[in-house]
Ligand binder design. Structure first.
Ligand SMILES: [Mg+2]
Length: 105
């Protein structure tokens, strides 16, 4: 993603604020695909090949902007995600939360 951006001289536009806004815009495009699906039919409708294709495209846009943002901030996304998962494993012990939605504390 960095090479793609550098080759096009787009890195000059990739300050953290602009990347966050681009990321939010792509999340909005992803949400738009699902926003009016009836909740009780959403799972079945989401397996429609055309919707699945579009969802894959928007999820990719989200992922790529997230990756670019992490790169710009000097964050190793893989390492940060692994640390976050380890913290969540400790915070939400299976015996305490199994089958329960996590509550905000
Ligand atoms: Mg998009």
């Amino acid at each position: 993603m960095r090479e793609f951006s550098e080759a096009r001289n787009w890195v000059q536009f990739h300050d953290p604020k602009s990347l966050v806004l681009a990321l939010v815009g792509e999340v909005g495009e992803l949400a738009e695909l699902f926003q009016w699906l009836p909740a009780d039919q959403a799972q079945a409708l989401a397996s429609d090949p055309k919707l699945k294709q579009r969802a894959g495209e928007e999820i990719s846009d989200v992922f790529l902007y997230l990756l670019r943002l992490a790169d710009e901030l000097g964050i190793d996304l893989s390492q940060a995600a692994n640390q976050k998962m380890s913290a969540s494993e400790e915070r939400f012990a299976i015996s305490d939360v199994h089958g329960q939605a996590p509550l905000k504390s």
